[in-house]
Ligand binder design. Structure first.
Ligand SMILES: Cc1cc2nc3c(=O)[nH]c(=O)nc-3n(C[C@H](O)[C@H](O)[C@H](O)COP(=O)(O)OP(=O)(O)OC[C@H]3O[C@@H](n4cnc5c(N)ncnc54)[C@H](O)[C@@H]3O)c2cc1C
Ligand SMILES: Cc1cc2nc3c(=O)[nH]c(=O)nc-3n(C[C@H](O)[C@H](O)[C@H](O)COP(=O)(O)O)c2cc1C
Ligand code: SF4
Length: 648
């Protein structure tokens, strides 16, 4: 077979271990960490899914090496605690039985460690440690590690690495980036010590080298050790790529893979987890620069999901290994799709940050596009249905697309009707918004998959009660969505007003100065997009906050973009539209004009409840999914569509 991406698909040997391809699964904090820090069974399933999907290595993260000074509620590997070693062994097994190499990330958060103490006593105070004394933004005191504690932590790295090897892991990753403890020694922004662990670069790198030596001692020659570093920190007083190169040179030959990530916990997520506003592969340049200076293989990471781009990175010698985190949540099967020349079937991560936000909000994992994530062991796999049925799906938005695909994969006969002339539903509003291209293209990938599964797609076809009855389907899945809310304001129907949903079809009419009425997620993103295009944009919002419907990880990044590019008017209620702009009333009752030639109306959607109810008796069984039940988001629509189809 001729592989379309031969370099990406070629094996690589690190130490004495051969990996089946160049697509590695990056550290992703597990789904369930037991209260006593073991790898929960849910997490085992979480990591296993990526091994099943063809990744060459799957990295379990983060394993805290020294719980005495790092109180993060992360995994601990401790052979004195019943259940700990066995839980890691089950996890390593689950990865290895699918042909992937199991790796584990050894970490110490230093000053950014968590504050969880198992069986803590009332009033017990968590102490945080770093290379130097200090105070965190929240007032927590940071103590500089004593030399005794440093020596103890270095020993602990080795001890835990040895245990990982015993549990069946065949590689370890030392986390030396993102302003975790090793980075807090390397970085001049954190390290103000005056002893042999601080000051000159020779001194600042000492802790890192001693940790690597301790791990090597424990695992022996030939066992691959990987070092995760930030190629550049991107923070005031931090180091840039020149020091990044020096760090890599210092470990060249001492580790088996230099994993070049970027950024700092201190600076937010923009570099460490490139958001939708950053280009794909934005950090590759750092790996490429480092690769010029070292003999050890180099890995790169950061918003990579396109096989063409990944192949080029390896072909042009910028890196030897491609790591992916979010891309393998959205589509764990990505590596097999690449291997089998099915790159056009990859469901690409849309960088919405639901996966990270969900951790904060519910202590679980979830992926907008992949309903299985975080629920891998709950029996949700798509299995053939015991009895084949005819399924009629009404609506080709995210909910309907997912329902149709899942039902077809289960072997049902599926007809998907869409009232409009193309699939995608509201996602078609994202056409032309450069930073939402992956979201817009999701519908095209789904359409391809549906056609390959033999789904009968009928465009320009509105499902009415009569139509559904004539189809005589066993099951009707109703995913008819919502409609835009148009506020009853004088002038709202004038030519200078454009609904946010109509941006793609009316983009030619948008003038240079724009007022966006409505500061929810949709309005804010439209504002950023238009400002990016060079328009003068003001967002008008009645409430005191913008985009409350954005998740907790995406929102701060969106806010930064808004502050940089857009005028923001909070606490203003729109009264009427004129040709000069939007007349509003302030909280004190006075009126003002927010000037703008074009008004973008983005005040929200309302569910098509009545339309959905009208179909209630059109088939023996009817499910309603997505926005027609309650206006929410893609995550809810896809999840509900998937589950309706599983229940058929
Ligand atoms: C501008 C904008 C930006 C957004 N951005 C995001 C975002 O970044 N992240 C996020 O998670 N969510 C976002 N949302 C919300 C998200 O798009 C919706 O929650 C999601 O699309 C709902 O999916 P759905 O399948 O239920 O409905 P829809 O996407 O509305 O699809 C319903 C489809 O059904 C069709 N239809 C209606 N009646 C019938 C009928 N009788 N027969 C056949 N077809 C019919 C419609 O034509 C439509 O194509 C955004 C919404 C808007 C308006
Ligand atoms: C849900 C999630 C959990 C993560 N957990 C960890 C972690 O425990 N340790 C770590 O070093 N990085 C973690 N990361 C960062 C990733 O390893 C990776 O560096 C980052 O997401 C950028 O890669 P990507 O663009 O391919 O997602 C996590 C990322 C995500 C999305
Ligand atoms: S939740 Fe969003 S950002 Fe996270 S992996 Fe899924 S699509 Fe990507």
């Amino acid at each position: 077979m001729i592989r379309k991406y031969p370099r990406l698909c070629s094996p690589i040997t690190l130490g004495q271990v051969t990996f089946r391809n160049r697509m590695f699964s990056a550290p992703l904090g597990g789904t369930d960490i037991t209260h006593d820090y073991c790898v929960g069974r849910g997490s085992v399933g979480f990591y296993e899914l990526r091994a099943k999907g063809g990744a060459a290595a799957v990295t379990l993260s983060e394993c805290v090496v020294h719980p005495e000074t790092d109180h993060s509620h992360m995994f601990h590997l401790d052979d004195n605690r019943p259940g700990s070693l066995s839980s890691f062994t089950f996890a390593a097994d689950a990865v290895r039985r699918h042909g992937a190499i199991a790796s584990v990330e050894l970490s110490h958060g230093g000053m950014y460690a968590g504050s969880y103490i198992l069986d803590s006593k009332p009033g017990e105070k968590v102490v945080k440690y770093s290379s130097s004394d200090g105070v965190l933004e929240d007032g927590t005191e940071i103590l500089a590690l004593t030399k005794e504690l440093i020596a103890d932590i270095i020993k602990a790295y080795g001890r835990v690495a040895g245990l990982a090897k015993r549990a069946g892991f065949e590689m370890v990753m030392i986390h030396g980036g993102h302003s975790w403890l090793i980075n807090q020694f390397l970085s001049p922004a954190f390290n103000r010590r005056t002893d042999e662990y601080g000051g000159s670069f020779e001194n600042r790198r000492r802790f890192m080298l001693e940790v690597i030596a301790s791990v090597r001692d424990a695992v022996g020659k030939g066992f691959p050790i990987e070092f995760r570093m930030s190629g550049a920190e991107g923070i005031g007083g931090g180091y840039g790529i020149e020091t990044g190169v020096e760090i890599a040179k210092a470990i060249d030959g001492k580790v088996d893979l230099i994993h070049v990530s970027a950024g700092s916990h201190h600076s937010g997520f923009f570099m460490t987890h490139p958001p939708m506003f950053a280009p794909h592969g934005v950090n590759v340049r750092l790996a490429a620069e480092i690769k010029k200076h070292v003999k050890t293989p180099v890995a790169t990471i950061g918003a990579l999901n396109d096989p063409e781009m990944m192949e080029e990175i390896i072909a042009s010698g910028k890196a030897d290994v491609i790591y992916m985190a979010r891309a393998l949540l959205a589509d764990p099967e990505l590596p097999w799709k690449v291997m089998e020349n099915r790159g056009d079937e990859i469901i690409k991560c849309i960088r919405c940050f639901t996966c990270m936000a969900e951790r904060v909000q519910t202590q679980t994992r979830r992926c907008t596009l992949n309903p299985l994530i975080g629920r891998e062991r709950e029996g949700l796999e798509v299995l053939p249905a015991p009895k084949k049925k005819k399924v009629l799906v009404a609506g080709g938005g995210p909910g309907g697309l997912e329902a149709a695909l899942t039902a077809a994969r289960r072997g049902h006969q599926v007809v998907l009707c869409e009232k409009g002339d193309r699939l995608g539903g509201i996602l078609n509003c994202e056409e032309g918004i450069s930073f939402k291209k992956d979201m817009y293209e999701y519908a095209s990938v789904m359409e391809r998959l549906l056609r390959r599964e033999g789904v009968d797609i009928r465009l320009n076809m509105e499902v009415t009660k009569a139509y559904a009855e004539a189809e005589r389907a066993d099951v009707l899945i109703c995913a008819v969505g919502s409609e835009p809310i148009v506020p009853p304001l004088p002038g709202i129907g004038d030519e200078n007003v454009i609904l946010v949903n109509d941006l793609p079809s009316r983009r030619g009419e948008i003038k240079d100065s724009v007022v966006v009425l409505g500061g929810g997620l949709a309005g804010c993103e439209a504002a950023v997009h238009l400002a990016d295009e060079g328009k003068r944009v003001t967002v008008v919002e009645m409430r005191d906050a913008l985009a409350p419907d954005a998740n907790v990880r995406h929102r701060p990044i969106l806010m930064d973009k808004l502050k940089e590019l857009v005028n923001i008017e909070l606490g203003l209620t729109a009264l009427r539209v004129t040709k000069d702009g939007l007349v509003c009333v302030k909280k004190d009752g006075s009126e003002c004009l927010v000037p703008g030639e074009t008004i973008i109306c983005a005040v929200g959607q309302r569910p098509l409840t009545a339309a959905a109810q009208a179909l209630a008796n059109a088939a023996p069984r009817m499910y309603q999914v997505g926005d027609c039940t309650r206006v929410q988001n893609m995550t809810a629509a896809i999840y509900q569509g998937h589950h309706a189809a599983l229940d058929v």
